[in-house]
Every structure is written in structure tokens, then in C-alpha cells.
Design a protein around this ligand. Structure first.
Ligand code: NAG
Ligand code: NAG
Ligand code: NAG
Ligand code: NAG
Ligand code: NAG
Ligand code: NAG
Length: 516
């Protein structure tokens, strides 16, 4: 029914336009959009994948999906007058394939067509952020074993957006580093900070093991970039940030574009018409010393804005509150002044310590503060254990995006109580705990007397299956607050004090007031 209606509209429009059009070279610019190509994965049911391209104004465009000799689907549209583009929403498709897809333009009895081959339907995830997302499989631990597994995953397809800056929002990508490809050791390990993103790949691989249908991974990341570079002016405005960047503090060798919206314009905006399942994000290091205390606004606003934009751009096909996963900052050896890293970790949760929460619905987080890597050849800010990061992220995706009932975050404090003698502070966690390591300094209390408060260590004491007591007898005053893992490098590799015993997920860092 909808096909007939739009075909009729297209025919009418065609007649109107033919009256005055010159023809000539109508086929030259007829093509799919830059990122629609061979081997791609299109988003599967229950939503429809959006497909678009360019044509000659006045052209009728027919998009067909075929398998062997059979036509599976046919959509008809026309080239829009203002933009010279056409767009169709495919019917929801079951996961699988391969299909071939042809777009054909008919103008004045002339036909031009383009076919793309080996198209699959599955879940499409966008991976974005800075260098820890960009780090390729060749840079991580066990790189060669990981690369060798590539051929076992022919139904995961990978794509990398090229590094481009733009002052205005672009409609299409102007550079592609890796067009849609089957994974191979060469393209998983192309080079340092190129492709393929290890976190993105491993996340997709873990999901593929569970879902057993095609996964499309689109990586669009640039090292050394603040969140403002990836944010539209709308979301910056929501946090009172102007569209001009302030002077950027010197951070590291790994610095990328920092102008506000400069990568949103070029590396995200062109993707808005793509139907997605969800997004994963690894960024925040570059906000440690840049608008740090605005991150509790910029990050939730950014998520909300991307959600609106992708929903709108895909004509409502990408879920309005699509699942959004992110990695909480890991560690760095470089001097951290002013608790910059712990503050970003906290702001990444909108200052609540866990996600999803009211400000960040349908999100999931991988805690990474226990995955430090002192000897990383890429600097300690680039830890090489990306397997655990991606594994923890995929648990969150399974819970939040796929509705599985499984634990995806570590123990959170549910009740904190100062015992009557004021010598012990009892923490009740929301799930079972395993004390991996005793630590006398990682819990700290704010101890106040005569209007002065000081953070002092609260050594760990006894524990039971869900509770831990802390010794607070060294405070000769009032205990007003408690914090956990509030430092850049809170523990050694997988040696934080508290984990969940079955999922091995670490307790996230927190800071909280103690009611008197
Ligand atoms: C796609 O087209 C190619 C080339 O014509 C053909 O070999 C292949 O079998 C087609 N694939 C499908 C799924 O129809
Ligand atoms: C990547 O970095 C490592 C460590 O610094 C270095 O040994 C290797 O040669 C680099 N690879 C490329 C392709 O530049
Ligand atoms: C963000 O954190 C800063 C510093 O703690 C605080 O002053 C501010 O009120 C917070 N903003 C929001 C929106 O939570
Ligand atoms: C992509 O979506 C945006 C927002 O809905 C729209 O303005 C733009 O025209 C779409 N692109 C095409 C090719 O239709
Ligand atoms: C690397 O491989 C070894 C041996 O199989 C394994 O014990 C280790 O956990 C792997 N490292 C990571 C980060 O996956
Ligand atoms: C730990 O438990 C033992 C035995 O129940 C008790 O004697 C001791 O006082 C407790 N210590 C702390 C710090 O809770």
C-alpha cells in the first residue's frame, strides 16, 4: 500500500519535472551513500533499515533486495528536489543473508543502477570515542591470537570512518578508512590507533557468540578528543557551553581535534540516517582537565542528543532510547591533580555511581579502574587488556539491550551505617561480595571537627557475604562522608578489594554522605 502511494507521488513529480529538465548525464551521480556497500550489515527486525543515496532530480528510484533469482522486496521512491538524494526504509527483515541490493534510477526511459553484494541483516552497533576506543587489535594483549580468530567470524562485518574535521554538519562521510569488510588478521591489526578498534571488535565478537546472527560494527573514533568535539551545538547549549572552544590544556602526545562539534559534524552527523541497534563509547580522558565538572551535564546531554538525532535521522527506526554503553575511565600513571580522573568516573554516571539511572536511562557501563597497565608501550593511559573491557561491556549489552537477566555491574553500597560505638562503619552491598584484597587506604572517610573536614583512610575490617565493616576509630570527630577508590590508580591489575564472586565484576567507585 505504501509502495503504491509513493510510486504514484513519484510519477506525478516526475511528470512535472520532465517538462523542464535537460536530462544528460543523469547516471553520473546515481549511487548509494558512502557507507552503503558490499558486505555491509543492515539493522534487522523489528525495525526497518534505512537506505539512501544520490540521484538526478526527477528520477524515480527503485530499491530491490534479492537472493538468487528471487526478489525479496521492492521499494520505490524519488529523488528529492532540494537535496538530490533519495531515501527508503526497508521492511523489517529477519537476521541472516546474504542478499544483493540494487538501486535503479529511471529517468526519461534511461536506467542507471548500482548493486551491492553480500548484504546481511543483523544488529548494527556504532563504536565511538577517543584513543582507547581507537586502539586496534594489534595493540592489545595476545594480539596475534586475537587476530587469528578473525576467520571464525565471517558474519561480523566491520567499518571504520576516516578522520575528518568539519565546521558544518556534513550529510555524508568524506573519508572511509576501512569500507565494510569481513574480519581478517590484516584489517583487525592494521596499525596503531587505526583499525580495527579492539574494544569494538571484541564487543561484537562476544555478542556474536551469544546472538549467533550477523553483527555490523561501525567505528568512528579519534584519539585525544574531548566530548565537546563529538557534541552537537544543541547538547553543548543545554550545558551552557558556547560553540567556541576554550584554550585546551596540554595533555599528552595523543591529541586530536578539540574544537566544539568538529567531529560531530564530520564523523557522526553523516551516519544519522543509518538504523542502529545501539552505541558504545569510550571517552573521558580528554575531559579530565577540560570542563571536568560539566561532564555530569555534557555526557547525559550528549547521550540524549545522539538518541534524538539518530531516531529522527532514521525516520523513527533507531529506537528513541537506544541502548548506550560506555567504559568508565581506566587508569594513568601521569600525575593526576585535583582528583580529575575519579571525578570524571563519577560524572560518567551523572554523579550517581551506577547506571542505568534516572538521568541516563537504558545505559550500561564497564568499570575499568582495575585494568591498569603500567608497562603499556602506548603509555599507561592506554591499557592493553581490552578483552576484559569488552567482556564487561557485552554483559551490560546483554542485560540492557537484549533483556537477559544477568548481573552486569559489580556490588554497590545499599546501606551505610555508623555503628553505635562509632568505631565501625558498616557497608551493606546490594549483592554478594568477594574480598579480593585487603586495603587500608582505598576507603576514606571525611572526618570533621571544628568546621574542618579531612579525608582519612578507613581500613577494611571484617566482612560477611554482603557486608563489610570499616575501622573509623581514628576519626575523633564526626564522620560525614565516605568514598571508595577515589584516586587515579586505585588498585593493581584485577586486585581491587571488592568484586562480585560469580560475575567477577568489580565494585564501582563511589562517594556518598553519611547521615548523622
Ligand atoms: C549476488 O550477485 C552475484 C553476482 O551476480 C551472484 O554471484 C550471487 O549469487 C548473488 N547473491 C545472492 C544472494 O543473490
Ligand atoms: C605500534 O607501536 C608499537 C609499540 O610502540 C611498535 O613496536 C610498532 O612498531 C608500532 N606499529 C606500527 C605499525 O607502527
Ligand atoms: C556536576 O558536578 C559539579 C561538581 O561536583 C556540581 O557542582 C554540579 O552541580 C554538578 N552538576 C550536575 C548537573 O549534576
Ligand atoms: C537524513 O535524516 C535527516 C534528518 O531527518 C534529513 O534531514 C536528511 O534529509 C536525511 N537524508 C536523506 C538522504 O534523506
Ligand atoms: C592472554 O592469553 C593468556 C593465555 O591464554 C591468558 O591467560 C590471558 O588471560 C590472556 N589475556 C587477556 C587480556 O585476555
Ligand atoms: C571481627 O570479627 C571478630 C570475630 O567475630 C571480632 O572479634 C572483631 O572485633 C571484629 N573486628 C572488626 C573490626 O569488626
Amino acid at each position: 500500500m505504501t509502495v503504491v502511494t509513493s510510486a504514484l507521488r513519484a510519477l506525478l513529480l516526475l511528470r512535472l519535472l520532465l517538462a523542464g529538465s535537460g536530462g544528460g548525464g543523469a547516471g553520473v551521480n546515481f549511487r548509494f551513500a558512502s557507507y552503503i556497500g558490499d558486505h555491509m550489515v543492515l539493522q534487522k527486525e523489528p525495525v526497518g533499515a534505512v537506505v539512501w543515496g544520490y540521484g538526478k532530480i526527477g528520477g524515480i528510484v527503485m530499491v530491490t533486495l534479492h537472493q538468487a533469482q528471487e526478489t525479496i522486496m521492492k521499494k520505490i521512491t524519488y529523488v528529492k528536489e532540494q537535496s538530490g538524494t533519495w531515501i527508503v526504509v526497508l521492511d523489517p527483515m529477519k537476521p541472516g543473508g546474504p542478499y544483493n541490493m540494487t538501486a535503479e534510477q529511471i529517468i526519461k526511459k534511461e536506467r542507471y543502477s548500482q548493486t551491492i553484494y553480500d548484504v546481511l541483516f543483523g544488529d548494527v552497533w556504532l563504536c565511538s570515542g577517543q584513543s582507547n576506543m581507537e586502539m586496534s587489535v594489534s595493540q592489545i594483549f595476545n594480539a596475534s591470537e586475537e587476530e587469528a580468530k578473525a576467520f571464525s567470524y565471517p558474519f561480523i562485518r566491520i567499518f571504520t570512518v576516516g578522520l575528518v574535521k568539519a565546521k558544518e554538519e556534513l550529510e555524508d562521510l568524506t573519508s572511509i578508512d576501512l569500507p565494510w569488510s569481513l574480519p581478517s588478521p590484516e584489517n583487525l591489526g592494521h596499525g596503531n590507533f587505526t583499525y580495527y578498534s579492539a574494544v569494538c571488535w571484541l564487543f561484537g565478537r562476544y555478542l556474536s557468540d551469544i546472538l549467533k546472527y550477523p553483527i555490523g560494527l561501525v567505528s568512528s573514533s579519534w584519539g585525544g578528543t574531548p566530548i565537546e568535539a563529538w557534541s552537537s551545538w544543541r547538547s553543548l547549549q543545554a550545558c551552557g557551553i558556547s560553540n567556541k572552544a576554550k584554550q585546551f590544556p596540554f595533555l599528552s602526545l595523543y591529541s586530536g581535534p578539540t574544537d566544539h562539534s568538529i567531529l560531530w559534524n564530520s564523523m557522526i552527523h553523516p551516519l544519522l540516517n543509518m538504523t542502529l541497534k545501539g552505541v558504545i563509547w569510550y571517552q573521558g580522558e580528554n575531559n579530565a582537565y577540560y570542563n571536568n565538572d560539566l561532564y555530569n551535564c555534557t555526557f547525559p546531554a550528549f547521550i540524549e542528543d545522539w538518541r534524538q538525532a539518530f531516531h529522527y535521522g532514521s525516520q523513527g527506526q533507531t529506537q528513541r532510547l537506544f541502548p548506550f554503553g560506555f567504559v568508565q575511565l581506566s587508569t594513568t600513571m601521569s600525575k593526576d591533580e585535583d582528583y580529575a580522573f575519579p571525578r570524571i568516573r563519577w560524572h560518567q554516571t551523572a554523579d550517581l555511581g551506577y547506571v542505568p539511572n534516572v538521568k541516563m536511562p537504558n545505559t550500561f557501563m564497564a568499570v575499568a579502574m582495575d585494568l591498569c597497565d603500567r608497562d603499556s608501550p602506548f603509555g599507561s593511559i592506554h591499557p592493553r587488556d581490552k578483552q576484559t573491557v569488552a567482556y564487561r561491556l557485552h554483559l551490560g549489552a546483554r542485560a540492557i539491550a537484549y533483556g537477559e537477566m544477568l548481573p552486569f555491574q559489580g556490588p554497590l553500597p545499599e546501606k551505610i551505617e555508623l555503628l553505635a560505638d562509632k568505631e565501625l562503619l558498616k557497608i551493606e552491598y546490594h549483592q554478594k561480595i568477594q574480598v579480593q584484597k585487603e586495603d587500608d587506604k582505598i576507603y576514606e572517610i571525611s572526618c570533621c571537627n571544628d568546621h574542618q573536614c579531612k579525608w582519612i583512610p578507613a581500613p577494611m575490617g571484617n566482612s560477611s557475604s554482603q557486608t563489610l565493616s570499616l575501622k573509623v576509630d581514628s576519626c575523633h570527630g564526626t564522620v560525614t562522608a565516605l568514598r571508595y577508590a577515589w584516586s587515579t590508580w586505585p588498585c593493581e591489575y584485577k586486585q581491587c578489594p571488592i568484586y562480585n564472586p560469580s560475575s567477577a565484576l568489580p565494585a564501582p567507585p563511589f562517594i556518598t554522605v553519611i547521615p548523622s
